[in-house]
Design a protein around this ligand. Sequence first.
Ligand code: ZN
Length: 203
Amino acid sequence: MKIICVGQNYAAHVAELGHTIPTEPVIFLKPESAILRVNNPFFIPDFASEFHYETEIVVRINRLGKGIARQFAHRYYSEIGIGIDFTARDLQRRLMAEGKPWEKCKAFDSSAAVSAFLPKTDFADLHNIDFHLDINGQTRQRGNTSDMIFDIDTIISHVSEYFTLKMGDLIYTGTPVGVGPVAIGDRLEAYIGDRKMMDFHIR
Ligand code: ZN
């Protein structure tokens, strides 16, 4: 399986990082070794000093697809989860300044924390899903899928022009405003609506 991530998909987050609004989805990949299973601790690596949480709605692909038209994209996923796209922000700033690829700062081991999944039939409207992240009991990041620049179906259609989608692939759909650093000892709790989906510690 592979992990496909969308960058810069919420306007207020694009602004907080000082980027311009993209005109097509910004895509990067993580390998399977990036997965951090639900509620396992995240161990801060040594190679950078500023690790940020990015809380994101995650879609799991349920069938093989290539060149998927947007109007059929909904057939290619049936489950919704939440994840943390951990990012070595100081390293990302350096790589971007040097015009280098993002993998070292985005695709490292355990950089893709992911929850269990809920059937999408649990949601009345996939374009209106509230989600949030609490750290040490305080809400630090809150988003709603209505604020996505590119919605789930558009992302699937776009991605499948370039990459064959396979059953079990995960798509991280981008983070809203409010990213920030984690520290050893932090407790992270991620919610979809008021349902707690993840509860784990930074070590
Ligand atoms: Zn992200």
